[in-house]
Every structure is written in C-alpha cells, then in structure tokens.
Design a protein around this ligand. Structure first.
Ligand code: AHM
Ligand code: MG
Length: 349
C-alpha cells in the first residue's frame, strides 16, 4: 500500500518545475524569508545562460584560453571567464547576496545590496565552470555552488570570516552538470533533488526526487596517471579495488570533471578520489568551491566525504583558495579508503 502511495506521490511530482518546487519547499528553509529562494532562482537563471553558451561552444569563437591566469596560475578558458561573469553579474544585479567568492577571482566580492544597506543575508562561493580542461574536447563540465548565511552583523560589509566557515554551516549547496542533458542538483539540508532542463521551453523539471547515493559501489574514479605520487594508503586502496575477489575488481571511470564523476557515482554508487600527492601536498581541489558543496550533497544523499582522516564538513578553512585531499561517494567505499589512509597515517607521504 505504502509503495503504491510512494509511486503516486512520485508521479504527482514528476512534472513539477524547479520554480514550483522552490516555492513549495520554501518553508523548509531555516530562515524562511524568501531570500534563499530568490538566490536559488538566480542561480537557476544564470545556469541557463551558461548552458546556452556551453552548447554553442563548438560553433563560436569561445573555445580556448582567454589569455589570463587565475590566482592558482592555471589558464582560464574563455568559457570559464564567461561563466564567472554571468554568475557574478546575475547575483550582483539582483542584489540578493552580500558577497561572492569565486574560484576565478583573487579575492571575495562585496555586494552592498538594496540602497547600499549591506543587509543581505547570504554569501555564495562557487566554481563557475569546473572541469575546464574538458571544454575544448566536448566533454561535460559543471558549475558548483555553496551558500552560507553571513556571520558578521547585517548592515556592515562582509568580511573574510563570512567566507571561511566550516562546510557544516552551509545552508545550501549544489551543482549544474552540462552533460547529455543539463541538470541542476541541489540541497537545502532536506535531502537532494535533481532537475533536468527541457531546453525546448527553458524549464527545469524535477526528474530525480530525493536522490540517494548507494551505500556501496563498484566504481572508483581517480587520476591513476599520478599513481607514483600518491600516498601509500591510496596506492593500497587502488590495489584493493583491482583485486580479484567476490565483487571485485571494481570498474575504473574518470572523466576529469568532478561534477560529472560525482554525478555518475551519486546515481550508480562509487568513490571519487583526488588525494594529496608528493607534488601537491594538499591535493588539487578547493575546499570552499568544490569539496564543501560536494560533501554536503554527498552527506545529504546518505554518502560520505573526507580528507582521508576527517569529515570535509568539519574542516575550519584558513584561506579562500585552500586545497584539500578529497575522498567522496558511497559511504562504505569512502570508509574503506579511509581505513587504508589511516593504516599508513600518511597525510603527506
Ligand atoms: P578546475 O576547477 O581547474 O577545472 O579543476 C578541477 C578539476 C576537476 O573537475 C577534476 O576532477 C580534476 O580537476 C581533474 O584534475 P586532473 O586533470 O589533475 O586529474
Ligand atoms: Mg574547479
């Protein structure tokens, strides 16, 4: 009986648009003033603009680098620059946040808001176009975002402290994957829901309600080209994945776009690993723009995210562009990888 009711509920929801979903679920937000709803609405809008550009990328002169380097010294691709501008402009023009930090910006941006009052509540941290090395080769890329309530008093400009909060304080997080279809997947702390864009009418529909990551999986995603630089714990875990046992060897899948690898693992079960290496002692991924939001999504979907030793969400950030080793996905797989890391106690090997 319950099962039939669940199916009925699902059928009733399947045609729900993201706009309707946001309005319907607004009361679930911790501080329900409509501001967070408007903020997510703006991200949805900006994502449509970026999606349009990503889809046309092969047709116009927007591929390739923009000739600038971001703060980490990496080439900024033209689409990265475009996506960064679209998200920043949309959020700034609509005056709904008090600050933005972006992987593509050296410092955070202060937004004074309506009547220059500095009274908006939320800061957004984002990676406007993640997986940028995949742009030129027509492989899926994504946007990642993380939202915190400011901790400094309303009416004053935001400070760095508003951005350097542990992930556990996030009020919402999500990603957009520009893949075979474009999806927005997000959480406000009440589970994870996924919406697929119908490009014909420009509307996102609830296609993946209440997403749950399988507790265990058979897919591991790691750049094995770096194997020689990996800590012994990760080397051993990879050997464990490859061993012939009852349900192993596992399958290896690595797209090189965190959003896409995470999204696949979320649906099929799996683990994504970007560890510290002898070359990059803190790994590659950024705690604030990539790991925190993915960790919140993973935990909300019943999965786990760790730096090999402790929960990502508990780490107190010390700088905006801080990097951190990242193990994320199905709980049992992450716990197994942690076991290997902790056996060698090798954070820095
Ligand atoms: P980016 O923000 O510069 O695009 O870097 C992040 C990306 C992730 O999406 C991806 O998983 C990883 O870097 C791939 O790195 P590598 O090529 O070193 O395996
Ligand atoms: Mg990135």
């Amino acid at each position: 009986m319950r099962e039939i009711q669940d199916i009925f509920n699902l059928m009733a929801k399947i045609n729900q648009s993201l706009g309707e979903f946001i309005i319907e679920n607004q009361s679930e937000f911790k501080y329900s003033s409509g501001e967070l709803s408007r903020l997510i609405n703006s991200i949805r809008l900006a994502a449509k603009v970026v999606n349009h550009k990503v889809n046309k990328a092969g047709l116009v002169d927007i591929l390739g680098t923009a000739g600038n380097n971001n703060i980490q010294g990496e080439d900024q691709q033209k689409l990265d620059v475009f996506a960064n501008e679209v998200f920043i402009n949309t959020l700034t023009n609509r005056e709904i946040v008090c600050g933005i930090a972006s992987e593509e910006e050296d410092d955070f941006i202060t937004i004074k808001g309506r009547n220059q009052k500095n009274d908006n509540k939320y800061v957004v941290l984002m990676d406007p176009l993640d997986g940028s090395s995949n742009i030129d080769v027509n492989v899926s890329v994504g946007t990642i975002f993380s939202i915190f309530r400011r901790i400094t008093p309303s009416g004053t400009p935001v400070t760095i402290d508003d951005f350097l909060q542990p992930g556990i304080n996030q009020v919402a997080a999500g990603y957009i994957v520009y893949g075979t279809s474009t999806m927005i997947v997000y959480t406000t702390g009440h589970g994870v829901n996924g919406f697929t864009l119908n490009p014909a009418i420009g509307t996102y529909y609830l296609s993946h309600p209440n997403m749950k990551i399988p507790q265990d999986g058979h897919i591991y995603s790691v750049n094995e080209g770096n194997y020689v630089h990996f800590p012994q714990g990760v080397k051993d875990y990879i050997k464990y994945c490859q061993k012939e046992e009852e349900d192993r060897p596992y399958t290896s899948r690595y797209i090189g776009s965190l959003v896409s690898d995470f999204h696949r693992n979320m649906i099929k079960g799996g683990i994504y690993i970007y560890p510290n290496t002898s070359k990059d002692p803190n790994g590659k991924l950024r705690l604030l723009y990539e790991c925190n939001p993915m960790a919140m999504l993973a935990e909300q979907a019943g999965g786990k995210a760790s730096n090999g030793f402790e929960s990502i969400l508990k780490i107190q950030p010390t700088s905006l562009h801080q990097r951190v080793p990242f193990f994320c996905g199905s709980t049992k797989m992450v716990e197994k990888a942690e076991e290997f890391m902790q056996k060698h106690n090798n954070t820095r090997e």
